[in-house]
Design a protein around this ligand. Structure first.
Ligand SMILES: [Mn+2]
Length: 315
């Protein structure tokens, strides 16, 4: 049995489906299973696979025991030892310049294993890039776009169970984005997610802790409110950064993001800032998982102030 561990987000789910297809077609693997994972498992990661179980990993931290591994996160190496053990080979590939993980796997499989990329995976690759690097045309598209991939992205925000994403991997494996999006189960989730989005927009103002012209700090921990990733930038288009505290299944999470539709000149690397607090991410977006609410408030405030102080007075 080979388990594919994948980051539980749109491009991670797409990556798992793509790797599963590559492994079954080009490596004859019929004993595949897959399971989603989030960055809150970081402390356990060093011991992953200690029991000798075979595993692959996509869109997630590097592990030297991974039989296959592909990622694009610049913060993929959890320590120097792991960093030193990585080198590109026939089973591992890292490309921090890739906008999402699927193009890395597709390129690798085509180059090394003569894999013919099916059309449905080209589509999945395109939308993974758009979604993971927030290359939506506008905040309106990010919030209200109804293309199949965007409906799936939104439906994932109201997954009925943590392993629901495993089901989406299975559907991506053989179906087009359109067929997956048109599934009645998914459509039902999507409608619910749209109602949540509308509430989140209505409620956003009540979560604001500090609002500077360019940097906004919000606290969306209350279980009475809905959350929407781009609400801050949709409502306040002049912002450069938004830093927020949000709850997740794994505990409190700090999210720090650059406004994709109003990119600051000489913008800071938000992922690196978050890494100093035990988190990680990309240049444009980062996150951290503090131990307590008090710590979350302190860290979120520090990150917001650091971003604010990085702006020259005239900006
Ligand atoms: Mn991802």
């Amino acid at each position: 049995m080979l388990t594919i561990w994948y980051h539980r987000d749109f491009d991670g789910i797409a990556s798992a489906a793509i790797l599963a297809d590559v492994l079954r077609q080009k490596h004859g693997r019929t004993d595949l299973r897959w399971q989603g994972i989030n960055h809150d498992r970081r402390s356990e990661w060093i011991d992953w696979g200690k029991d000798g179980a075979e595993f692959a990993c996509v869109d997630f931290f590097f592990h030297p025991r991974a039989m296959f591994w592909f990622d694009h996160h610049p913060t993929t190496f959890i320590n120097d030892d792991f960093r030193q053990q990585y080198q590109q080979n026939e089973r591992w590939r890292f490309d921090p310049t890739a906008p999402s993980c699927p193009p890395i796997i597709l390129k690798h499989a085509a180059e090394l294993w003569d894999y013919k990329v099916p059309e449905r995976f080209r589509d999945l690759e395109h939308w993974s890039n758009v979604i993971d690097s927030a290359k939506f045309k506008s905040a309106e598209e990010a919030l209200f776009g109804d293309q199949p991939a965007l409906r799936i992205m939104r439906a994932l925000t109201v997954a009925p169970r943590p392993d629901w994403s495993d089901e989406i991997v299975r559907r991506f494996l053989d179906g087009s984005l359109e067929s997956v999006a048109n599934d009645p189960d998914l459509e039902k989730r999507y409608q619910r997610a749209c109602r949540n989005r509308d509430s989140a927009i209505d409620q956003f103002e009540s979560t604001i802790v500090e609002r500077h012209d360019r940097v906004l700090l919000y606290d969306a921990v209350s279980d009475k409110i809905r959350r929407e990733r781009f609400a801050a930038f949709y409502l306040y288009s002049g912002l450069y950064y938004a830093v927020g505290i949000v709850p997740t299944r794994g505990g409190l999470h700090i999210t720090a993001a650059t406004n994709p539709w109003n990119v600051p000149p000489d913008g800071r690397n938000v992922g690196e800032i978050c890494e100093r607090y035990g988190g990680g991410g990309h240049k444009a977006v980062g996150g951290a998982n503090p131990e307590s609410y008090a710590e979350a408030v302190r860290i979120a405030r520090e990150i917001a102030h650091e971003l604010r102080d990085s702006l020259s007075p005239r900006k």
